[in-house]
Design a protein around this ligand. Sequence first.
Ligand code: ATP
Length: 310
Amino acid sequence: MPNENNSAVVHVQNLHKRYGNLEALRGITFEIKPGEVFGLLGPNGAGKTTAIEILEGLRQPDSGTVTVCGMDPAREKGALKERIGAQLQATVLPDKIRVQEALELFAGFYHQSASIEVLLERFGLAEKRRAFFEKLSGGQKQRLALALALVNNPELVLLDEPTVGLDAQLRRDIYALIEQFRTEGRTTLLTTHYIEEAERLCDRVAILDHGQVVAMGTPRELVHSSGKGTRLEVRLAKPVLPDRLKQLDAVVDCREAEGRYFLHAQPPARAVAALMRFLEAEGNALLDLHIAPPTLEDVFIEMTGRRMEA
Ligand code: ATP
């Protein structure tokens, strides 16, 4: 099932897409290697759905080149459909279709299909096989959407916001299922606006903003390349001007909000030592200190100057 040679499963070069006056994609370029879980991370409206729909052959780009499993999605949609698994918006299923019927119906669309029994077991839906779609919980609907995406045993799985609207526990259940795709040698592209999802699941991430890739790499590379460094959250006995903390050794940045000071430090140990010396000299004291590694959110803020609100 994995791509026979080591060439990219998805190759996107300088892709542009415009809706009237709105430039939804402004020249995005990325590649996805066989077996990778690749994430397109960005806020609403960044262009993630547009990109994924172009890869599926559902939309035509204005310019740029796209190759998916060695094919041009715009011209070879039929052949490509056999090799990719696209997660549908679960809501497009009729209310009165039963879980097993939905899987059988979808299996019929392809030349080859996976075993329905295996899918029911694997996605925890065996006991719900006779349940109507409308009676499923949100988590069960998402699991069915993933099972439907795997019904043709695809080498590439395309997931558009696979956990949107689910609570944290259900999201983690879905992560475990997606992690298995990698173990099986499938390639996965997912879009998300959840930082944690991208950090936890993805081998590599492209951060998308206003139709452009603003950063790309492994989550680790991205957070380490961020000049911001480790985050320190500090509460002090007496207030102090944030600018004074910013001048301390190894402190890159400092802002204050609601009586707390948020520092970025590199290296963090030196900044903590400098902070302790400063507080002692000032007759001030530390009430609380939290140290956290930088996240992809910090990278997004650094690249765009904004928080990545959903
Ligand atoms: P979301 O998470 O909200 O779906 P997204 O990152 O997937 O966001 P897209 O859905 O690709 O982003 O949308 C990118 C931009 O293009 C948005 O500003 C959106 O309003 C606009 N857009 C998307 N589809 C159309 C369309 N058919 N006609 C006009 N504008 C569109």
